[in-house]
Design a protein around this ligand. Structure first.
Ligand code: UDP
Ligand code: MG
Length: 323
């Protein structure tokens, strides 16, 4: 069912220590916003909303400068660094009641802005969520590409519903965001959570470029952490796998016990040192891994029970006035 009303768009952009890239990309975001306004696809009051995620450089000063120069720019600043997902959530929640649709995108210019036209088009055709999907990843290093794709496969296999090759470039309607506000968990993995909200969704495809300036905040260590978080926030399959492993190993152990008993009754009791040592070590290892995985879930439950705020907004450009 096609929509007839022109939507008010907020482009939501998390920024952490991005003073190098913001001066390059901010005009591009503004240009795209103006183009969509001129094409009559979005309303004149649409905005680019930056979320400063507790940057230690001059990112916030830059954002305030932009908002003074052009009313299409706005910004909020978190009280400290909370990480990409929380910063994005803060921006989406801020935009929720001020707009009809949001498009979230990174501030480094890696994602093709032109895909926004197709996203808004899909919304006008009735979609509530439009996922931006990378059609190819040639500009990423081979290592980043294979690890990232391996991760999507792993997630899917673990039973978490994710859109293949979709990061956090997506259009979400205010209606979906209002429902999403009831997802109160503190361990958030947005790209895996929006499919859970439901509603009509679709994908648009785009090519991913290289970062325009500055450096990636996702070295392997953080990517692994994100992958682990994604799995443990969306799926309990690892716990079930441990149970399965336990049953399998118990079966092998049972066979070993039979073997030991038979050897005992045959009289050759001195042997068996090697096998008992191997079994002990093996089981010790398995038990430690299992405890670790279960501990990870217990830790998550612990964090959830605290019900701490997921972000705290310290400042808004609109509060700042024209100083
Ligand atoms: N980011 C953030 N908080 C953080 C780390 C990153 O808001 O603690 C933002 C960052 O400014 C960028 C986006 O999240 O807009 C994605 O980060 P990055 O480009 O470094 O990741 P990559 O594209 O390499 O995965
Ligand atoms: Mg990037």
């Amino acid at each position: 069912m096609a929509r007839t009303q022109i939507p008010l768009l907020y482009i939501v952009i998390p920024c952490y220590n991005e003073e190098k890239v913001l001066p390059v990309t901010a005009p591009l975001f503004l240009g795209k916003l103006r183009e969509l306004i001129a094409a009559g696809m979005i309303r004149q009051e649409s905005k680019v909303l930056f979320v400063n995620d507790g940057s230690r450089d001059s990112t916030w000063q830059l954002i305030r400068g932009f908002s003074r120069e052009d009313t299409h720019f706005a910004g909020i600043s978190l009280s400290r660094n909370r990480g990409h997902q929380n910063a994005l959530l803060a921006g989406l929640m801020e935009a929720r009641d001020k707009c009809d649709i949001t498009i979230s995108i990174d501030c480094d210019g890696q994602d093709d802005l032109n895909a926004m036209n197709a996203m808004v088009e899909e919304y006008l055709q009735g979609a509530e969520v439009v996922y931006g999907v990378r059609s190819k990843r040639e500009t990423d290093t081979f290592f980043k590409r294979t690890t990232a794709e391996g991760f999507y496969r792993l997630l899917k296999w673990m039973g978490a519903e994710v859109v293949f090759n979709h990061a956090d470039y997506r259009l979400v309607s205010a209606r979906v965001l209002r429902e999403f506000s009831d997802f109160k968990e503190v361990n958030i993995y947005l790209r895996g959570m929006f499919p859970l909200v439901g509603f009509k969704s679709t994908s648009v495809y785009y090519e991913r470029h290289e970062r325009m300036a500055g450096e990636s905040h996702y070295p392997l260590r953080k990517m692994l952490a994100l992958a682990f978080d994604g799995i443990t926030s969306l799926s309990v399959k690892p716990i079930r796998m441990i149970t399965g492993l336990g049953i399998g190993i118990s079966f092998v152990a049972f066979l070993l016990i039979l073997y030991a008993l038979i050897s005992y009754f045959r009289g050759d009791v001195v042997s068996g040192w090697a096998s008992s040592l191997i079994a002990t070590c093996f089981l010790g290892g398995i038990q430690l891994i299992s405890l670790g995985v279960i501990g990870e879930y217990v830790g998550k439950i612990y964090m959830e029970t605290k019900r701490r705020p997921r972000f705290i907004i310290a400042e808004r450009t609109e509060d700042a006035g024209q100083d």
